[in-house]
Design a binder for this molecule. Structure first.
Ligand code: NDP
Length: 605
C-alpha cells in the first residue's frame, strides 16, 4: 500500500491520495465479496427455522375470541410508522381504527431489537417522534433501546391507542369489496375487520434472515438472531451483565450496525468471542452524552421540526448555515459535500462534482481507517477491520467500544475475506480449514430485503378485478408517489417505497403519515369514499423514479454487495427506487401537488 493512503487525515491534499490504487483496491474488495447467489444466499425463516422469529418477550401464544367489526381505518404495524399514522388519524378525528400488530406491544423495531447495546444511531432529539406533543425529554443524545421502546408505548398511551390495538395478531389477507368500497381483513386469530382505509406500516426490516451457511441446521449448541435476543440464556439485559455467557464460547456472525452495538457487551462477559466478519463496517466516533436539561428547557416551541429539517437538509447535501445536530451523520455528509462544494455547486459540471465527491469519500475512508490503526493494538486485526468501499455503499456505523473490544484477549476476529464461513458443524464454525468450537452462535445477519412487498408483509392483498398485490408487483413495485397503486384503492403504503428517503426514518414516516392522512381528510371533506391511483399516473411515476435513479444505480454498481445493493443485483437494492433527487425535492414536489388541489393522478370518487 502506498504510504500516502495509509496516513490520510483531514490535512491530506489531493496529491496524498493515490486515486488509482484506491479505486483498484475498492474494486478488488468488491470482487471478493460478490456472491452469484445474490439475495438467494439467505435462508427464509420458516419451517425448521421459524423458531428464530418466535416472540421471546410474551408469555406464550395469545388465546382470544375472534372479532367481527367494521372500523374507519386499519393500521398495519405498531412501530413508529403505525403509531404516527394512528396519531395523524386521531388529529383529524378518526379514532374508530384498529391497529394490528404481530408483537405483544407497540414499538416495532424497538420491541424486537432489545439486544445489549441497542441504541438509536440518529440523535434522540430528532429520532424520537412527537417529543413536543408528549412532553418527553430523552435522557441522552443517543437513547438506548428500552427508552425508545418506552417512548413508543408513551405515544400509544398519549393518543389512547392501546384500546384500538390487536397485539400478537397478523393480517393474513386483505380483500377489496367493491360493493361497499371497503377492505375486508382476515387475521390469524380468525378476525374479520372491514375498513374504509388501510394504512400499511409493516416496516422495511421486519423479517430476520439467516445466512445459507452449509451445515447451519446441524449445530447442536445454542443459537438465536439478534432481533430475538435470548436473555434467558445470556443473562443480563439491554445494558449488559450477560453473566450466563461467563463460561461460553460465542460466535457472532455479521458485522453490520447491530453487531457493532452488541459485540462489545458479549466481549465483556463471554469466555471467548469470535466475531465472524465478511465485510467490515465503517465505524466512526459515537460521542454519546447525557441530555443537558438546561438546554432542553431553553428550546422554543417547534424546535423538533426545525432540528429534523436542519438535519435532513445536511444529509441531503444541501448547504445550511448552522448544523444543529452536529453528529457523525452531519459530519459525514458535510465531509462528502459541503466542504468541497459549498458555494459553487450550481456551476460545477457533473464530472467535476463526481470527482470532488470521490475525493471527499476517499479522505473520509482514510480517516476511518486511520482511527482503526490508532485504536486496535494488533496490526493484523486492525488491517482486517479496515473497510474498503464508498462511505454510502453500506450503512455507516458509530461506536466507541466496538474497535476497542478487539484489544481484549478473549476476542478473536474471524476475517472471512468477503467469503463468509465455509461451514457450521455440530460443535462450531469453520473457516479456511480451521474449526472454532463454540457453545453459542448469535446471528447478527440482518433482515430480509429485496423480496416482494407481500412476502415481507406476510399477507396477500386482493385488489379490484381479483388481482393480487403479489401479481401486481411481480415485475417490480409500481406506485404513485410511493403510497398508492392502481387497482388497490384506499390502500396506503408507508415506509421505504418510491418516495423520498430520509436517514432519519421516523421523520420520513411522520411526513408520509401527514400526507396520506391529509388525502383521506380531503376525500372525506368531498364526501368521497374511494381514492385510487390512475394507471397512467402510476406508469409515469415509475418512469420518473427509474429516470432519477440513474446516478444512484451507477454509484451502487461500484459498491461492495450488501442490502443497499441487493447483494449485487441493483434492482433489489433497498433504496434504489427512492426518489433520486432526494427527500427535500420530494417534499417540495408533494407540497406543490397538494397546493394544486386537483388530486392529479388520483381518482377520488
Ligand atoms: P446488516 O444486514 O446490516 O448486516 C448483516 C451482517 O451479516 C453483515 O455484516 C453481513 O456481511 C453479515 N453476513 C451475512 N451473511 C453472512 C455469512 N454467510 N457469513 C458471515 N457474515 C454474514 O444487518 P444489521 O442487523 O446489522 O443491520 C440492519 C439495519 O438495521 C442497519 O443497516 C440499520 O439500518 C438498522 N440498524 C439501525 C440501528 C440504529 O439505528 N441504531 C442499529 C442496528 C441496525 P456483509 O456485510 O458481507 O453482507
Amino acid at each position: 500500500m502506498p504510504e500516502s493512503t495509509m496516513t490520510g487525515g483531514a490535512a491530506a491534499d489531493d496529491q496524498e491520495l493515490d486515486l488509482a490504487w484506491l479505486r483498484q483496491k475498492y474494486l478488488d474488495e468488491r470482487q471478493k465479496r460478490l456472491n452469484a447467489r445474490g439475495i438467494g444466499q439467505y435462508i427464509e425463516v420458516k419451517g425448521d427455522f421459524s423458531r428464530f422469529i418466535d416472540d421471546p418477550y410474551v408469555d406464550g401464544p395469545l388465546v382470544r375470541d375472534a372479532l367481527t367489526e367494521t372500523v374507519e381505518a386499519i393500521v398495519i404495524g405498531g412501530g413508529f410508522g403505525g403509531l404516527l399514522a394512528a396519531a395523524e388519524l386521531h388529529k383529524i378525528g378518526i379514532t374508530d381504527i384498529r391497529i394490528v400488530e404481530k408483537a405483544g406491544d407497540f414499538g416495532g423495531t424497538w420491541y424486537w431489537n432489545r439486544y445489549p447495546g441497542a441504541q438509536c444511531d440518529i440523535e434522540s432529539y430528532i429520532y424520537m417522534p412527537l417529543l413536543e406533543e408528549t412532553g418527553y425529554v430523552p435522557t441522552e443524545k443517543y437513547a438506548h433501546a428500552a427508552e425508545l421502546f418506552a417512548h413508543a408505548r408513551r405515544i400509544g398511551e398519549h393518543f389512547d391507542l392501546y384500546r384500538r390495538a390487536l397485539f400478537q395478531t397478523q393480517i393474513t389477507e386483505l380483500r377489496w369489496d367493491d360493493s361497499d368500497n371497503r377492505w375486508v381483513a382476515r387475521t390469524d386469530h380468525g378476525d374479520v375487520i372491514r375498513a374504509r382505509w388501510v394504512l400499511s406500516a409493516s416496516g422495511p426490516l421486519n423479517r430476520p434472515k439467516l445466512p445459507g451457511i452449509p451445515g447451519i441446521e446441524s449445530f447442536k449448541g445454542h443459537t438465536f438472531h439478534t432481533s430475538r435476543w435470548d436473555y434467558a440464556y445470556t443473562g443480563g439485559n439491554s445494558r449488559g451483565g450477560l453473566t450466563g455467557l461467563a463460561d461460553k464460547r460465542v460466535a457472532i456472525i455479521g458485522t453490520g450496525a447491530t453487531a457493532i452495538q452488541c459485540a462489545p457487551y458479549v466481549a465483556k462477559d463471554a469466555k471467548h468471542l469470535y466475531v465472524v466478519q465478511r465485510t467490515p463496517s465503517t465505524v466512526d466516533i459515537r460521542g454519546n452524552r447525557p441530555t443537558d436539561h438546561e438546554w432542553a428547557r431553553s428550546l422554543a416551541p417547534g424546535w423538533q421540526r426545525q432540528r429534523m429539517d436542519n438535519f435532513n437538509l445536511i444529509v441531503s447535501g444541501a448547504c445550511v448555515e448552522t448544523d444543529l445536530v452536529q453528529d457523525g451523520w452531519t459530519d459525514l455528509f458535510s465531509d462528502l459535500t459541503l466542504a468541497y462544494l459549498a458555494g459553487d455547486r450550481a456551476t460545477l459540471a457533473p464530472e467535476e462534482m463526481a470527482r470532488l465527491t470521490e475525493l471527499a469519500d476517499f479522505r473520509k475512508g482514510n480517516r476511518i481507517r486511520a482511527r482503526l490503526d490508532q485504536v486496535v493494538q494488533d496490526p493484523a486485526t486492525a488491517e482486517g477491520l479496515k473497510p474498503w468501499y464508498g462511505m454510502m455503499c453500506k450503512r455507516p456505523t458509530f461506536n466507541d467500544d466496538y474497535l476497542k473490544a478487539f484489544n481484549r484477549p478473549n476476542v478473536t476476529l474471524v476475517d472471512t475475506q468477503g467469503r463468509g464461513l465455509d461451514a457450521i458443524t455440530e460443535t462450531g464454525i469453520v473457516f479456511d480449514g480451521v474449526e472454532y468450537p463454540v457453545d453459542c452462535i448469535i446471528f447478527a445477519t440482518g433482515f430480509e430485503t429485496g423480496t416482494g412487498y407481500t412476502r415481507r408483509a406476510a399477507m396477500e392483498v386482493h385488489g379490484r378485478a381479483g388481482e393480487t398485490m403479489s401479481q401486481h408487483f411481480a415485475a417490480g413495485l409500481r406506485t404513485f408517489h410511493g403510497f398508492l397503486t392502481d387497482n388497490f384503492p384506499n390502500f396506503f403504503m408507508l415506509g421505504l417505497s418510491q418516495n423520498g428517503f430520509k436517514p432519519n426514518v421516523t421523520d420520513m414516516l411522520a411526513e408520509q403519515s401527514e400526507h396520506v392522512v391529509g388525502l383521506i381528510a380531503a376525500a372525506r371533506a368531498e364526501g368521497a369514499t374511494v381514492i385510487e391511483a390512475l394507471p397512467e399516473a402510476v406508469d409515469a411515476w415509475v418512469a420518473t423514479i427509474r429516470e432519477k435513479s440513474e446516478l444512484s444505480r451507477k454509484f451502487l454498481a461500484t459498491c461492495t454487495p450488501g442490502y443497499f445493493t441487493g447483494e449485487g443485483d441493483i434492482d433489489k437494492g433497498v433504496f434504489v427506487e427512492t426518489y433520486g433527487d432526494g427527500s427535500p425535492a420530494f417534499s417540495a414536489l408533494l407540497q406543490a401537488w397538494r397546493d394544486a388541489g386537483d388530486h392529479a393522478g388520483l381518482e377520488v370518487r
